[in-house]
Design a protein around this ligand. Structure first.
Ligand SMILES: [Zn+2]
Length: 245
């Protein structure tokens, strides 16, 4: 017997299927990431038309069958379609970065309330932010998403030997493979220099969520994050991150 499930979720991605249907991957608050088939939803009279758009926060009803990994949706209604993001290309791009991150890193059907809260909070903040803050907000939330994925960078002491790392210099060495800052004795071939301010900014992101990032920090993160994701998440490269403005 199929079980009927009601859930709140955020649409991460959609792909067209046949003439009138589509597949949608939805990050639900209650069940984690699920892939659903919306039959006939692209017909003009479908009630679901418009609800299954990327980043929409929606309520869905779907049939959960134990033996299948794709479910059939029976209803979808919009809770928030975030028009303040949709009309601004830079904000759309910021939203895509986090949606792509969760689309490609979350396991299927594993509830993750912490990550859900980060994404939902991010979309709401993005809707209120002006274009100049899209990048800082996106990196801030991506850094917190790293922590919820279990790969928070180590920023307190040398990640290899646990000794204190001095901040007298203008730069601090960060080992991509080690996943944190390193002292002079623990250099490896993946070390990149970061501004000392960057390390302080990153700590502030993890200590208090609303920290703003300086321009130098953002420039450092644009160099560091792609390699960090690829190294720690199985070669992950976020296409949307390359377009972030
Ligand atoms: Zn060390």
């Amino acid at each position: 017997m199929p079980v009927i499930v009601k859930a709140q979720g955020i649409v991460l991605n959609t792909t067209l299927f046949r003439e009138t249907s589509l597949f949608a991957t939805i990050f639900t608050k209650q069940h984690g990431k699920v892939r659903i088939l919306a039959k006939g939803c692209r017909r003009p009279k479908s009630k679901m038309c418009g609800a299954l758009e990327r980043f929409n926060i929606i309520e869905i009803i779907f049939y959960k069958r134990e033996s299948k990994d794709t479910y059939t949706i029976s209803d979808a209604t919009i809770i928030d379609d975030l028009p303040r993001i949709r009309t601004r290309p830079r904000a759309v791009n910021g939203a895509l970065v986090l949606c792509e991150f969760f689309l490609r890193t979350l396991p299927n059907e594993d509830p993750d309330y912490r990550s859900y809260t980060i994404l939902e909070g991010f979309l709401n903040q993005l809707a209120d932010a002006d274009d100049d803050h899209v990048k800082t907000l996106t990196f801030n939330c991506l850094l917190r998403a790293l922590a919820s994925s279990g790969i928070r960078p180590h920023l307190e002491t040398c990640v290899r030997c646990n000794h204190a790392v001095g901040y007298d210099n203008a730069t601090v060495d960060f080992s991509v493979s080690g996943g944190g800052i390193v002292c002079a004795h623990d250099h490896d071939s993946t070390v990149v220099p970061l501004h000392a301010r960057t390390v302080q900014d990153l700590r502030a992101v993890y200590d208090k969520n609303d920290a703003l990032l300086s321009e130098d920090t953002i420039a450092d993160l644009e160099r560091l994050i792609p390699d960090y994701l690829a190294y720690h998440l199985n070669g992950l490269r976020l296409n949307s991150l390359k377009q972030l403005r």
